[in-house]
Write a protein that binds this ligand. Structure first.
Ligand code: XCC
Ligand code: SF4
Length: 647
């Protein structure tokens, strides 16, 4: 297949799609063909089906066709409402995930399945929340912290706690705009209310409500997800792993762990290491149990345990097509319903575990946190017992995999930077070295590259091209979600990738001993990125929007990405999208998101589907911000290095 025709950067994906065709199995690429063009009204965001007088499809062209819905809603209103609902849905997903982790912290006990793994982080959070810690049992502290966390979802008065962590000028901006988030559930409910028939009909006001809701995700639900997961499951440290479908093992029981919630995946990891399970695997003739992670669950377990990364979102069907997987174990989010029919074509068991995400045709074994390990063992046992049903003649394990370093937490980043550059100044570590190299222009800036895969683009092409071009231009990259896994598969999370970096970034990577692209975890862990940016801003005494920092979602597809993008812009960081969001039916909404929002938050959205052009836009914006920062901090302008020629 020619480079052009390939669906992804990996030849093995095409081999597996070919295998599917030969075996008469339908994949997303077949459904994409059958779908043909997408609905033009939906794509522009001008379809409203909020009440039963509709659905109303108003014309995206002024003066032509229906200009208003039956109730009189304009394209601006309809587009803004639809956008706000995407933000609310994304916020609910991340935050509900965090709620489950908070419950698990609440049930944690010294001899239980869930324990406090990072006491230091728990104590720090307790102190931040003014929970007494002196002379108390750590589990009493944990339960009180968990209860406070749970109250963040529905407290009747006041605003959330974590926005206090933002730089002071940022908090002031939020206050002035009236978008400091209140309780998480309340913000989601407010969007649902305001978007219902006959409520908000003013695009700017609607978008402000959406911004506040998104902040209840970034500085609320998602941040709780990260913090509490670190407390219960441990704060990650860098570790070596491997990535891509070649991590599957021919002679072992292969389990694909897919979804998002570490409450399940942590227990599956424990169950797979249990001697009883290993013995059972031997009894069925396997040489062991091999876990492969996918999507954000893959990120969670690789960062804390080094579990190998089987693949990204778009590879979920391809993984099954290898014929070598005994069970796909899932919880919530990003799970294709097509896994039910596709696993039916093989011996593979598709096991759903959450009442929030049952799938017709799957085997449902409900995961019970109260008896977590036992529950996980029951699920793993199903997988092991299925090994004998594997049909050798149907197995094709691609031999492709790459080395990667995963599992940086902010704590790990700071420690690494500090150990080399600054340890004599502050034993706790600070972001000073990072701020210094940014200030000095050794690094031109930083980019957070996050998000999904989308069939509308060649898979991972945008992720990889953007990453390579940024590092060649001395922009350090941090990455999460499926973007991080794309980087892992492309070998960009290894120290070998240092040679692709510009001179300045090369020098930093070598000195600090890090790859030029740093794995910061799962989608909820985008909060690690906003906290890192905020720490640097605080250190320099400026706001986030003053820093040469960008957020990028090259191949996004999920509502969660819309929520993330909105909280990142609301936090003062520009967001570059490689897929056009469904807002183009309203010139007003487009103008707010890509222009006027900058007057409110100091940042805005940029949209461009060509990844190289998109990167040029980022680099330009980074240099613009540098010039401003140099003035603010009274620095001498520092010349940019010539970029590293493409290797
Ligand atoms: Fe990947 Fe998080 Fe996107 Fe899903 S949404 S496709 S990044 S797994 Ni978070
Ligand atoms: Fe149509 Fe208005 Fe009902 Fe939407 S809310 S479906 S625009 S009548």
């Amino acid at each position: 297949m020619s480079e052009e025709k390939m669906v992804s950067l990996n030849a093995i994906d095409d081999q597996l799609i070919e295998k599917a065709r030969k075996e008469g199995i339908e994949t997303m690429w077949d459904r994409d063909k059958a779908m043909k063009a997408r609905c033009g009204f939906g794509e522009k965001g001008v379809c409203c089906r909020i009440c039963a007088m509709g659905p109303c499809r108003v014309s995206p062209v002024e003066g032509k066709g229906a200009q208003r819905g039956i109730c009189g809603a304009t394209a601006d209103t309809i587009v803004a409402r639809n956008f706000a609902r995407m933000v609310a849905a994304g916020t609910s997903a991340h935050s509900d995930h965090a709620r489950d982790v908070a419950h698990v912290l609440h049930m944690a006990s010294r001899d239980g399945n869930y324990q406090v793994k990072d006491e230091k982080k728990l104590i720090a959070l307790a102190q931040e929340w003014e929970v007494p810690t002196e002379g108390r049992d750590i589990y009493d502290v944990a339960h009180e912290v968990a209860e406070i966390a749970l109250n963040e979802f529905g407290k009747p008065f006041g605003t959330l706690r974590f926005p206090n962590r933002a730089p002071a000028p940022r908090q002031k901006i939020w206050e002035d705009l009236g978008i400091t988030p209140r309780a998480i559930d309340r913000e989601i409910a407010t969007v649902m209310h305001s978007t219902s028939v006959g409520c908000t009909a003013d695009a700017e006001s609607m978008l402000r409500i959406a911004m506040r809701t998104s902040l209840s995700n970034g500085w609320g639900g998602s941040m709780l997800g990260t913090e509490l997961s670190d407390i219960v499951f441990g704060t990650s440290t860098p570790r070596m792993t491997e990535a891509n479908l070649g991590v599957l093992e021919e002679k072992q029981v292969n389990i694909l762990l897919h979804g998002h919630d570490p409450c399940l995946s942590e227990m599956i990891v424990a169950a797979a290491q249990d001697p009883e399970m290993i013995k059972l695997a031997e009894e069925v003739g396997a040489e062991g149990i091999n876990l492969g992670g996918m999507c954000c669950t893959g990120n969670e377990v690789t960062m804390r345990h080094g579990v190998k990364i089987a693949g990204t979102f778009y590879q979920q069907e391809l993984a099954v097509l290898t014929g070598a997987i005994e069970a796909v174990i899932v919880d919530v989010q990003c799970i294709f319903p097509s896994l039910a029919p596709i696993t039916d074509c093989y011996h593979t068991k598709f096991i759903t575990t959450s009442p929030k995400a049952k799938v017709e045709g799957a085997t449902h074994i409900e995961f019970n946190e109260e008896v977590a390990l036992e529950s996980a063992k029951k699920i793993v046992r199903e997988a092991i017992e299925n090994y004998k049903n594997r049909k050798q003649e149907k197995v094709f394990i691609p031999n492709s995999k790459s080395q990667a370093i995963t599992g940086y937490s902010n704590e790990a980043v700071v420690k690494q930077l500090d150990r080399v550059v600054n340890s004599h100044i502050d034993p706790q570590g600070t972001v000073k070295p990072l701020a210094d190299v940014l200030k000095a222009g050794v690094l031109r800036g930083a980019a957070g590259i996050v998000g999904c895969n989308n069939i509308k683009t060649k898979h991972e092409y945008s992720h990889i091209e953007i990453m390579k071009k940024l590092i060649a231009n001395d922009v350090i990259v941090v990455t999460t979600g499926c973007a991080a896994q794309a980087a892992a598969k492309a070998g960009l999370l290894s120290k070998d990738a240092i040679k692709l970096a510009g001179k300045g970034l090369q020098a930093v990577c070598e000195l600090v001993d890090i790859p030029p692209i740093i794995h910061l975890g799962s989608c909820v862990d985008n909060t690690r990125i906003i906290r890192l940016v905020s720490a640097v801003a605080d250190h320099l005494g400026v706001d986030n929007s003053d820093l040469p920092v960008v957020g990028v979602a090259p191949e996004w597809m999920s509502e969660k990405a819309v929520a993330i993008g909105t909280y990142v812009v609301s936090s003062g960081i520009d967001v570059f999208l490689g897929i056009t969001p469904p807002v183009t039916g309203s010139p007003e909404v487009v103008d707010i998101l890509t222009n006027r929002i900058e007057d409110m938050t100091g940042a805005k959205f940029f949209v461009e589907e060509n990844p190289l052009k998109l990167t040029d836009m980022m680099l330009e914006r980074i240099e613009e911000k540098r010039i401003k920062l140099e003035k603010t901090l009274n620095l001498e302008a520092v010349e940019k290095h010539e970029p590293q020629p493409a290797l």
